[in-house]
Design a protein around this ligand. Structure first.
Ligand code: SAH
Ligand code: SF4
Ligand code: F3S
Length: 482
């Protein structure tokens, strides 16, 4: 386990070890010497800032980056005008992508004022060749660029960047390697994401993730369980198991195991109180999983089940491999079997060839399934995906109108669903001081609904009974029930 590694005892004078993670421990020690030298030169501690721009998986990766930066001696800060700034990027939609260039421009301003500053980029967007070309050409002030497959090598790459003059770029096309036991700095002491698999094999026709995250690879169950036990020993009460399609977990292992079986093993871990997971592809959601969820006292009453579209014709074009009827049947069965569950979803509006009738079908599914929350996205054309080459792209005005109609409906159904619990008392994990009002603490119910209650920071990390007084759409105002 990384915690038992003493960087001071690593001999940094010789050659680096061949194997990971030992090789990375060697570079951690080397980087620490560098940071120490810089501290002495500048007469102060160095500060590093990790900016996460993507999904939960990226957020977890950012915690790994932060863990390494902290291990080598940086103080972590949220101030981008720091000594080391790294953007962990997302490219799932073009707007995520555009933001990066703007933020880089600002970062260059900070660097002019602090010439010793280093700027790094990593994450999904770096896996795109056109992006790298643009960065190479117009953003020469960037010191280090790497991708999603070699994040475990961050210490080694950072060391190379300290030594180099110009930009260091290291992007791999794919990998089958999973390196365990590297440092991690969690954002929350009491909850944590846990990767159970990497990559995706589904190739939904609009989606860039399989191209930038590579093929699906599952971690071994014993490694996952060991990580969770260590997290629990370190104060974690809730884990979120992460994968692009958790329902296909374990299929490619030497000793195959189902996701439902893995959940049962996780459930046995003493001291762990809540289990969440993300994301479930409807085509692979098994009867066994529903059974396990139903019987479990730790698995949260929340299922994120992306619909994408309610039109079977569009679903086929999207390569989702289920029909509208199959989705509805599945969602309604889950509601019957686990009545207190919240079902949330993702929907894309404006996929090539989508007609107002197709959208009407999507709205019908929303009315029937009554999602507790839905993330609606305007289709974004991603270069290299099959959908980008489709000719019948929908005019932006039509998309915008459809999007607005869908959003209104989704908000109505979500409000109806969420408000059902008004007046009742439910358990909430108290997560943080409310950003707008420091007298309020924000908690999360098992079904993922947010509740704000009067309180103080001493409540954070505890699961407390909360009275749900007033529903405000997606969240509640409440108070701690005695
Ligand atoms: N693996 C998850 C989703 C990962 S991406 C799953 O299959 O459910 C998160 C969401 O982004 C997707 O569910 C989809 O709704 C949305 N998305 C992905 N590609 C998109 C694109 N090209 N345009 C708009 N939304 C997209
Ligand atoms: Fe993208 Fe589909 Fe894979 Fe989800 S399952 S990451 S939407 S390709
Ligand atoms: Fe974005 Fe990569 Fe996640 S593209 S959604 S950060 S897997």
């Amino acid at each position: 386990m990384y915690k038992e590694i003493d960087l001071d005892r690593i001999d940094t004078t010789g050659l680096p070890p061949e194997n990971d993670p030992e090789r990375q421990y060697f570079f951690l020690a080397k980087c620490r010497e560098q940071v120490h030298g810089l501290e002495q030169k500048r007469g102060r501690k160095l500060r590093a800032c990790v900016v996460n721009m993507g999904c939960q998986m990226n957020a977890r990766d950012s915690e790994k980056l932060a863990g390494i930066l902290e291990a080598i001696g940086y103080e972590l800060t949220e101030d981008e005008a720091s000594d080391f700034l790294i953007f962990n990027t997302c490219t799932v939609r073009d707007n995520a992508n555009q933001k990066v260039y703007g933020r880089l421009g600002e970062a260059n301003g900070y660097k002019r004022r602090n010439p010793g500053m280093m700027i790094a980029l990593c994450g999904c967007m770096m896996q795109e060749e056109a992006v790298i070309q643009r960065l190479r050409k117009s953003y020469s002030f960037v010191d280090l660029i790497f991708g999603t497959h070699n994040l475990y090598k961050f210490a080694e790459l950072l060391y190379a960047a300290y030594e180099a003059d110009g930009m260091i770029i290291d992007i791999w096309k794919d990998t089958d390697k999973i390196v365990e036991d590297l440092p991690v700095q969690r954002k929350y002491p009491f909850k944590s994401g846990v990767n159970i698999m990497f990559g995706c094999n589904n190739f939904c026709s609009y989606c860039i993730v399989p191209y930038v995250r590579g093929r699906e690879r599952s971690r071994r169950p014993e490694d996952i369980l060991k990580e969770i036990r260590n997290l629990v020993a370190d104060g974690v009460v809730e884990v979120m198991l992460l994968g692009q399609n958790v329902n296909s977990y374990g299929r490619n292992l030497d000793e195959p195991i189902t996701f439902a079986r893995l959940l049962q093993e996780v459930e046995k871990i003493e001291g762990l109180l809540r289990i969440r997971f993300m994301t479930s592809h409807p085509k692979d959601l098994s009867e066994e999983l529903i059974e396990v969820m139903k019987r479990s006292s730790k698995i949260c009453r929340h299922l994120h089940l992306p619909l994408q579209s309610g039109s079977t014709r569009i679903l086929e074009q999207m390569n989702r491999r289920y029909t509208r009827e199959q989705y509805e049947e599945l969602a309604l069965r889950i509601r019957r079997e686990i009545p207190d569950i919240a079902i949330t979803t993702d929907i894309i509006v404006g996929f090539p060839g989508e007609t107002p009738e197709d959208l009407e079908e999507t709205m019908d599914v929303v009315r029937r399934v009554k999602f507790d929350n839905a993330f609606t996205f305007i289709y974004s054309k991603r270069t290299g995906t099959p959908a980008a080459a489709m000719e019948n792209q929908v005019p932006p005005e039509q998309v915008r109108q459809g999007f607005d109609r869908l959003l209104r409906l989704v908000q109505e159904t979500a409000r109806d669903q969420v408000s059902k619990h008004q007046g009742s008392v439910m358990s909430a994990l108290m997560e943080e001081v409310n950003g707008n009002d420091p007298k309020l603490i924000t908690g999360r119910l098992s079904n993922n609904t947010i509740v704000h209650v009067p309180g103080d920071a001493s409540m954070i990390g505890k699961i407390l009974p909360v009275s749900l007084d007033e529903c405000h759409g997606f969240y509640y105002m409440g108070h701690i029930a005695e």
